[in-house]
Design a protein around this ligand. Structure first.
Ligand SMILES: *[C@@H]1O[C@H](CO)[C@@H](O)[C@H](O)[C@H]1NC(C)=O
Ligand SMILES: *[C@@H]1O[C@H](CO)[C@@H](O)[C@H](O)[C@H]1NC(C)=O
Ligand SMILES: *[C@@H]1O[C@H](CO)[C@@H](O)[C@H](O)[C@H]1NC(C)=O
Ligand SMILES: *[C@@H]1O[C@H](CO)[C@@H](O)[C@H](O)[C@H]1NC(C)=O
Ligand SMILES: *[C@@H]1O[C@H](CO)[C@@H](O)[C@H](O)[C@H]1NC(C)=O
Ligand SMILES: *[C@@H]1O[C@H](CO)[C@@H](O)[C@H](O)[C@H]1NC(C)=O
Ligand SMILES: *[C@@H]1O[C@H](CO)[C@@H](O)[C@H](O)[C@H]1NC(C)=O
Length: 870
C-alpha cells in the first residue's frame, strides 16, 4: 500500500522534474545535447578501449547492465558495489569514500582534508598525499576512490562541504585535484572527481517525492571560467571517473542533464572514463541513460524506501534496451567506459579484492546487511594499510599551518615558555575519537568536518599530546568558558584553541544541517568570548584555530594582547606534532590562506548567502558571476581581514630577478582541434531477450538488485521493441554521433589550450634569520583593452620553494598557458584571447595583496617595486 502510494506520487514528480523548468529565472536554459558521445577517441585511452571492447562484444545484455549499477545500499562490503560479469572475468567493483582517505574502516590514515592540502600550496606534497591515499585504497581492495572533491568551489562561505576541496579558487582546486588524481591513479586506483557541478550548498540538494533538488543557475562563462576549470584539469590528468552532483543546473538535475554530461563532459572536455551518480542522485531511468550517465550508485531508486530493492537501472536498464527505448549502443558505451577505466589502471592484473566492510567494525557479519536474510561470514580482515603515511599526513598538516599575525615575535615559543592552554579543541573528544558516526559532532580537536567525506581516526595526536611530547611547561584548562582558577601571571603565554565546523547535509550538528546556518561564520562554542576573556587577563595570547573555512575575527583580532593568530585548518589525525613543530619553530610556518578572511559577512555579495526554504524547486542564481572570494573583494574594493594567499613566516623573503620568456605565440583562438579518433564499434541489433532471463536455479538474495528479468517480462519488452510503440524521446534527441565542439579535442579540451604561452622565473631569497619555505603566487591581470569584464587579478600558477636557510636563494619557474590568458566567449563557444598583442600583467608575490613584481607580456620585461592593481 505504502509503496503503491509512493510510486504514484513519484511518477508525477519525476515526470515534472524532467519537463518542468518554470521556476528557473528567465534566461537560464538546460539545452538538450544528444546522443551521448562514445568514449575511446583520445590516443591515450586506445589500448584500454581495445581491451574493454573485446570483452563488451562478448558480454550478454544482463552482464553489461550489471556493471553499470550498484547492487543496492548495504548490499556488499563497500559503500558502492557494482554487479559482476564473472563469466568474462570481471568482479564486482568496490567503490569507497572519501577524499581525505578511507571512510568507515580501520588501520587507515585520517589524512588532512582538501582545504588543508590547498593551504600548503605545495604541488609535490599534494601528489605525495595522493599516492599515499591510493596505496591505502588499493590495500583495502577498493577499485574506485570517491575523491578528490573540487566542487563545491567555495563560492558560499557557509557552504557545508567546502573543506573537502582545496580552496575558493579554480586554479588552486585544479592543481590540488589533478595532483591528487595523478597520485591515486599512479597505484592503479580509479579516482573520481566530484561533484559535477555547481554543488555549492548542502541544504535542499536532493530530490525527494515532494521537492526537487536545488537549482544552481549559472551562466556559461562563469561555468567555464570558475566551476568547470578544476574538472577540466582533472580530466586532463586522466581521471577515470566523474561523480554527478545532487543539485540541478538551470533547472535540470545534473544526473540527467544532457548538456552537462554529453556536451560538456564527454565532448568538450573529452572525458573518456565513466560518469557515476552521487548516492541516490539518479531520479529517472531512460532519461538519465540518454543524458550520459554511465553508472548508478548505490543502485536504488531515490523515491522508494531502499528496503524494497527497486532500481531505475539494473533490470530496468535491461528492459529499456529490450523494449528499444535505450539504444544498445548507449549501454555498450557505458559498459566500455567502465571497463576501459578498469583496464587503464591495470586492475585486471592481480588487483586485491575488498578485505574490509564499510557497514561494521566487527570481524564477522552479514554479507548483505540490506537483505532480509543474509549469509554471514568474515567481513573485516583488519588489513593495516597505514605504512608510513602518517609522515606525509603530518607534513601536510604542518606545511598548511597559516600564520596570520605575529606581534613581538611571540612565536615561535621559547622552549621554557610557561603556557596556559585553553579550549576543548586542544584535546581529544572525551567520549572517544570516533564516538560520533561520520564525525557528526564537534567535540574535542577538530581534525575534519562531518559526513561521507570523513574517516575514522586510527588515533588523534592532539595538541595536548604535542605539548606533552615536547615536555612543555603547560597547564591545560579543558573548557570553553574562561576558568576562574588559571592564575594569570606576567610570564605566561596563553594558547587558546577554538574551532568552526561544517559538513554534509544528512547530519545536523548543533543546529547546522551541513551548511553553517546557525553558527554563521562565528567560532563555535562561544570561542569569541573565550578569546576575549583570556585576552583581558593575559598579556600574550596565541589563538590557534581549527576551521573548515572563513570565520570572523573582528571581536578579538585587534585586542592588544592577541599577539598571534594561527590557522591550523583541519589537520586530520596529525594535529599535535605538526603544530608543535611550527609553534616551537622547528620549522617556519609556510601555509597560505586558500580563501579570503572577511571582516564581516556583509563583505560578500548577497547572492552567496544560503538559499532558504522555497516552495517548489529552490533557485540559487549565481548572479555574482565570476566575482567570488577575492575576485569580489577586489572588484568591490573591500579590504578583507586577511587576503587570499596571505601567510606569514618566521623569516622574510624577497622576490627578485623575474624574467618572462615567450614560448608559444598567441592567436585570437586556439589552433584547430584534433579530430576524434575511432571508437569501438559493436552490433546495434537489440540483444535476444534470452540474454536477460534469470538463470535456472539462481539463489536470489531478497532486495538485492539484479539485472535479470523474468522470462515473461523480457519477452514482453522485446515485443514492444519490435513494435511501432516509440519512446517519447526528449526534444533535440538524435542518434548520430557528433564531431565535437571546437573547444574540445583531447582530455581537458583542445590540447592547444594547455600550451605554455610564457615561462616566468623568479628568484626567492631568504632575507630573514630563520629557515623557511616561500610560496610564489602568480596572478594574471588582463589587458585594459579587453572588452570582457574580467576580475582584476586571477591566480594562474604558484610554486613553493624548498626550505631555504637564511641568505639562501632559489629560482622558481612558473608558467601561464594559453587558457590562462583566455576568456570563454559564449558567442563563439570557444576560448579566445581578447587582445592578442595586449599587455597582460603577470603579477608575482607572496599573497594576492602583496604583489610587487610585474612582468608584461607585450614588453617581455619584468619590473620590481610595482604597485599592484589591488
Ligand atoms: C544555463 O543557462 C545559461 C543562460 O542561458 C547558459 O548560458 C548556460 O550555458 C546554461 N548552462 C547549462 C549547464 O545548461
Ligand atoms: C570474444 O569473441 C570472439 C569471437 O567469438 C573471440 O575471438 C574472442 O576470443 C572473445 N574474446 C574474449 C575476451 O572472450
Ligand atoms: C550480477 O552480479 C551479481 C553479483 O555479483 C551476480 O550474482 C550476478 O550473477 C551477476 N549477473 C550476471 C548477468 O552476471
Ligand atoms: C521501456 O522500459 C523502460 C524501463 O522500464 C521504460 O521506462 C520505458 O517507458 C519502456 N519503453 C516503452 C516504449 O515501453
Ligand atoms: C627562558 O630562557 C631565556 C634564555 O634562555 C630567558 O631569557 C627567559 O627569561 C626565560 N623565560 C622564562 C619564562 O623563564
Ligand atoms: C618570570 O620569569 C622571570 C625569569 O625567569 C622570573 O625571574 C620571575 O620570577 C617570573 N615571574 C613570575 C611572576 O613568575
Ligand atoms: C519481431 O518481428 C519480426 C517480424 O515481424 C519477427 O520475425 C520476430 O520474431 C519478432 N521478434 C520478437 C522478439 O518479437
Amino acid at each position: 500500500m505504502l509503496s503503491v502510494l509512493i510510486l504514484g506520487i513519484s511518477t508525477i514528480v519525476t515526470g515534472a522534474a524532467i519537463e518542468q523548468r518554470d521556476s528557473v529565472p528567465p534566461g537560464y536554459v538546460a539545452a538538450p545535447y544528444y546522443p551521448a558521445p562514445h568514449g575511446g577517441w583520445t590516443p591515450d585511452w586506445t589500448e584500454s578501449y581495445r581491451k574493454a571492447s573485446l570483452l563488451v562484444s562478448n558480454m550478454t545484455l544482463a552482464e553489461k547492465t550489471n556493471l553499470t549499477t550498484g547492487t543496492g545500499l548495504f548490499m556488499g562490503r563497500c559503500v558502492g558495489n557494482t554487479g559482476s560479469a564473472l563469466r568474462v572475468g570481471i568482479p564486482q567493483l568496490c567503490l569507497q569514500d572519501g577524499p581525505l582517505g578511507l571512510r568507515n574502516t580501520d588501520h587507515n590514515t585520517a589524512f588532512p582534508p582538501g582545504i588543508t592540502v590547498g593551504a600548503t600550496w605545495d604541488k609535490d606534497l599534494m601528489y605525495r598525499r595522493g599516492v599515499a591515499i591510493g596505496e591505502e585504497f588499493r590495500g583495502k581492495g577498493i577499485n574506485v576512490h570517491l575523491g578528490p572533491c573540487v566542487g563545491p568551489l567555495g563560492r558560499r562561505p557557509r557552504g557545508g562541504r567546502n573543506w573537502e576541496g582545496f580552496g575558493a579558487d579554480p586554479v588552486l582546486q585544479a592543481f590540488g585535484g589533478a595532483a591528487t588524481i595523478e597520485g591515486v591513479q599512479s597505484v592503479g586506483v580509479i579516482a573520481t572527481i566530484k561533484h559535477f557541478i555547481a554543488n555549492e550548498q548542502e541544504q535542499y540538494r536532493m530530490w525527494n517525492i515532494v521537492k526537487p533538488g536545488i537549482s544552481s543557475n549559472v551562466d556559461d562563462r562563469t561555468l567555464h571560467e570558475l566551476y568547470l576549470w578544476p574538472f577540466a584539469e582533472g580530466i586532463r590528468s586522466g581521471v577515470g571517473s566523474v561523480m554527478i552532483a545532487y543539485n540541478a543546473v538551470n533547472g535540470s538535475a545534473c544526473s540527467q542533464n544532457s548538456y552537462l554530461m554529453n556536451s560538456i563532459l564527454k565532448d568538450e572536455l573529452g572525458f573518456q572514463g565513466f560518469v557515476m551518480s552521487d548516492w541516490l542522485a539518479q531520479i529517472s531511468g531512460v532519461p538519465s541513460t540518454l543524458a550520459g550517465l554511465d553508472m548508478s550508485m548505490p543502485g536504488d531508486r531515490n523515491d522508494i524506501p531502499v528496503v524494497f530493492g527497486n532500481s531505475y537501472w539494473m533490470y530496468e536498464f535491461t528492459r529499456s534496451v529490450l523494449n528499444g527505448s535505450v539504444p544498445v549502443d548507449r549501454l555498450n558505451d557505458a559498459t566500455t567506459r567502465i571497463l576501459a577505466a578498469y583496464f587503464k589502471m591495470g586492475q585486471d592484473q592481480n588487483y586485491p579484492r575488498p578485505n574490509f566492510d564499510t557497514n561494521t567494525q566487527d570481524a564477522e557479519g552479514p554479507l548483505y546487511p540490506g537483505a532480509l536474510i543474509s549469509p554471514r561470514g568474515i567481513v573485516n580482515e583488519f588489513v593495516d594499510v597505514q605504512a608510513n603515511h602518517a609522515e606525509v599526513a603530518r607534513e601536510v598538516a604542518r606545511d598548511a599551518i597559516t600564520l596570520l599575525k605575529n606581534l613581538d615575535s611571540v612565536l615561535p615559543l621559547a622552549r621554557n615558555s610557561t603556557l596556559k592552554v585553553f579550549g576543548t579543541d586542544a584535546e581529544k573528544n572525551p567520549d572517544g575519537i570516533n564516538s560520533c558516526a561520520d564525525q557528526g559532532c564537534n567535540k574535542g580537536t577538530l581534525g575534519m568536518g562531518w559526513g561521507s567525506g570523513s574517516a575514522r581516526y586510527p588515533y588523534m595526536d592532539s595538541p595536548i599530546d604535542g605539548f606533552k611530547a615536547r615536555g612543555a611547561s603547560y597547564q591545560f584548562f579543558n573548557t570553553d568558558s574562561f576558568p576562574s582558577n588559571s592564575n594569570p601571571s606576567a610570564n605566561d603565554t596563553a594558547v587558546v584553541f577554538v574551532s568552526a565546523d561544517s559538513g554534509e547535509n544528512y547530519i545536523t550538528v548543533e543546529n547546522n544541517p551541513g551548511d553553517r546556518t546557525s553558527s554563521n561564520l562565528n567560532l563555535w562554542h562561544n570561542g569569541d568570548k573565550l578569546i576575549k576573556d583570556i585576552a583581558a587577563k593575559y598579556a600574550n595570547v596565541v589563538v590557534v584555530i581549527h576551521t573548515v573555512g572563513p570565520i570572523l575575527m573582528e571581536e578579538w583580532h585587534d585586542l592588544p594582547s592577541v599577539k598571534a593568530v594561527v590557522v591550523a585548518h583541519l589537520p586530520g589525525q596529525e594535529a599535535g606534532a605538526s603544530l608543535m613543530q611550527v609553534l616551537y619553530g622547528d620549522v617556519s610556518p609556510s601555509g597560505h590562506l586558500p580563501y579570503t578572511l572577511p571582516k564581516s559577512e556583509d563583505d560578500y555579495p548577497e547572492s552567496v548567502s544560503l538559499v532558504g526554504y522555497q516552495l517548489g524547486q529552490p533557485q540559487d542564481t549565481f548572479t555574482e558571476g565570476l566575482y567570488v572570494d577575492y575576485r569580489h573583494f577586489h572588484k568591490a574594493n573591500v579590504t578583507p581581514r586577511y587576503a587570499f594567499g596571505h601567510g606569514l613566516s618566521y623569516t622574510s623573503f624577497s622576490f627578485s630577478d623575474a624574467a618572462i620568456t615567450p614560448v608559444t605565440p598567441l592567436t585570437a583562438t586556439p589552433p584547430t582541434r584534433p579530430a576524434k579518433g575511432a571508437t569501438p564499434t559493436y552490433s546495434t541489433a537489440v540483444p535476444e531477450a534470452s540474454e536477460a532471463y534469470w538463470p535456472a536455479n539462481f539463489d536470489r538474495i531478497l532486495r538485492y538488485l539484479y539485472s535479470y528479468l523474468e522470462k515473461n517480462d523480457a519477452d514482453a519488452a522485446a515485443k514492444i521493441g519490435n513494435s511501432t510503440t516509440k519512446y517519447p524521446y526528449p526534444a533535440g534527441y538524435s542518434n548520430v554521433q557528433k564531431a565535437g565542439p571546437p573547444a574540445g579535442g583531447a582530455q581537458g579540451g583542445n590540447p592547444a589550450l594547455f600550451d605554455t604561452a610564457f615561462d616566468i622565473s623568479v628568484t626567492v631569497s631568504n632575507t630573514g634569520s630563520r629557515a623557511g619555505k616561500a610560496v610564489a603566487q602568480l596572478y594574471v591581470q588582463f589587458p585594459s583593452a579587453s572588452p570582457f569584464d574580467t576580475p582584476i587579478l586571477q591566480l594562474r600558477d604558484f610554486s613553493k620553494s624548498a626550505e631555504l636557510v637564511p641568505g639562501a636563494k632559489q629560482t622558481l619557474t612558473l608558467r601561464v598557458t594559453r587558457k590562462d590568458l583566455s576568456v570563454w566567449d559564449v558567442v563563439s563557444q570557444n576560448w579566445v584571447i581578447p587582445v592578442v598583442d595586449g599587455d597582460y600583467g603577470i603579477w608575482l608575490g607572496e599573497s594576492s595583496d602583496k604583489l610587487n613584481l610585474r612582468c608584461g607580456t607585450a614588453s617581455g620585461t619584468c619590473a620590481a617595486d610595482q604597485t599592484s592593481p589591488v
